[in-house]
Design a protein around this ligand. Structure first.
Ligand code: PMP
Ligand code: GLN
Length: 383
């Protein structure tokens, strides 16, 4: 995240997408779909565009989206929210994360995350002046060790930032870990911030459990999500957060000086998406699961040791059986070797764990079937 001079460096996603553009390789690096959003969502954006909704929306977000978020949380998880006080619309989940950390973390406060972690977490903790403590996800299933989780907390812990389903590993938290996060947050008086942008992208019959539904969690949890992944609209940057009204107001105070507001024509469109019938959500997860299977099978046939992806856009593959022990080096050469771009897991790690995970590569499978088939057949040339 930091260059040799200690400055923030360009993100791995920009670097890898530029590599794909330069070499013409298939981009399984940056996680974005090559499909359009569903027709009702596109129609609602067009209607808003020609319907006079082109000026600043209200600071908390447009009522239509605030209400749709509250209805969505009630429909899928039984969570009751007051849309006027307990929901806030943001410029993607990224701004929700930024505003939340800037609002809650003072200089020297500690923020606990798992590791590997989505790269923005490290950068945003740094921008807030916080200290980043990480808990390794270990083993083929990428699970945290309960003792290591406990050891990451201290009296200076202000926030525990959880990402479930998890980028980059594709793992889903187990109930025991969720319960321990809530217990530790109480014990150390920390706020739980939970990034659930992949909440609808779970596989093999799994159902998402928001951490705020655990006993004693809602009163200290900020839940973050986004329309980007659920509706294949990553460029629209419509996100939101929900939680106790006092926390949401503190975060709004920061948010108003970041973007102020955003996306007036896309807010009603994402609201229309959130109101699609249950079948739509189930069908898109099933569709993505088929793509996961296609890429996972292709990677295994090419000689990678493929980890089980339980959710998200991503699958992790170990290149060690192919004789590649430095995934960062492999990823730089992969366009030449196989015409494919992936991201080394070390890009989501800090020093110690980067070495342990040095042969792991993250591939995105949120791509058209024909693209994944082509990638699989090109990767076969590696073995
Ligand atoms: N959190 C995670 C875990 C992500 O993978 C991403 C991006 N794909 C984001 C947050 C950012 O979401 P958004 O594009 O809505 O800002
Ligand atoms: N979240 C996406 C990924 O992990 C891309 C986000 C980005 O480009 N910043 O690939």
């Amino acid at each position: 995240l930091l260059d040799d001079a200690g400055r923030l460096a360009p993100t791995i996603f920009a670097e890898m997408s530029a590599l794909a553009a330069r070499t013409g390789a298939i981009n399984l690096g940056q996680g974005f779909p090559d499909d359009d959003p569903p027709a009702p969502v596109l129609d609602a954006a067009r209607d808003a565009l020609y319907g006079g909704l082109n000026q600043y929306p209200p600071g908390r977000g447009m009522p239509v989206l605030l209400e749709a978020v509250a209805e969505h949380q009630a429909r899928f998880y039984g969570i009751g929210l007051d849309p006027e006080r307990e929901v806030l619309v943001t410029a993607g989940a990224t701004e929700a994360l930024a505003a939340t950390l800037l609002a809650l973390v003072d200089v020297g406060d500690e923020v606990v995350t798992f590791e590997p972690f989505y790269d923005a977490y490290g950068a945003l903790v740094g921008l807030a002046g916080g200290r980043h403590r990480t808990v390794p996800l270990r083993g083929p299933d990428f699970r945290p060790d309960p003792d290591e989780l406990r050891a990451a907390f201290s009296p200076r812990t202000r926030v525990v930032l959880v990402n479930d389903p998890h980028n980059p590993t594709g793992t889903v938290l187990d109930d025991e870990t969720r319960r321990l996060v809530v217990e530790l947050a109480h014990e150390f008086d920390a706020t739980i911030v939970t990034d659930e942008v992949y909440e609808h992208l779970l596989f093999d019959g799994r159902v998402h459990t928001p951490i705020s539904t655990l006993p004693g969690a809602a009163e200290r949890t900020v839940t973050i999500s986004s329309g980007g992944k659920t509706f294949s609209a990553t460029g629209w940057k419509i996100g939101w957060l929900s939680g106790p009204a006092d926390l949401v107001s503190r975060i709004l105070t920061v948010k108003q000086f970041l973007t102020y507001v955003n996306g007036s024509v896309f807010q009603p469109a994402i609201a229309a998406g959130l109101r699609l019938p249950d079948d739509h959500f189930a069908a898109s997860a099933a569709d993505l699961q088929r793509r996961r299977d296609l890429l996972s099978t292709g990677l295994a046939a090419a000689g990678f040791d493929v980890r089980d992806s339980r959710g998200s856009y991503f699958v992790v593959a170990d290149a060690a059986p192919l004789g590649h022990h430095d995934a960062a080096d492999l990823c730089r050469r992969l366009p030449g070797l196989a015409g494919v771009v992936g991201v080394p897991i070390s890009a989501f790690c800090r020093s110690g764990l980067a070495a342990e995970y040095s042969s792991l590569v993250r591939f995105a499978f949120c791509k058209r079937t024909d693209v994944l088939e082509r990638a699989a057949s090109q990767l076969a040339s590696l073995s």
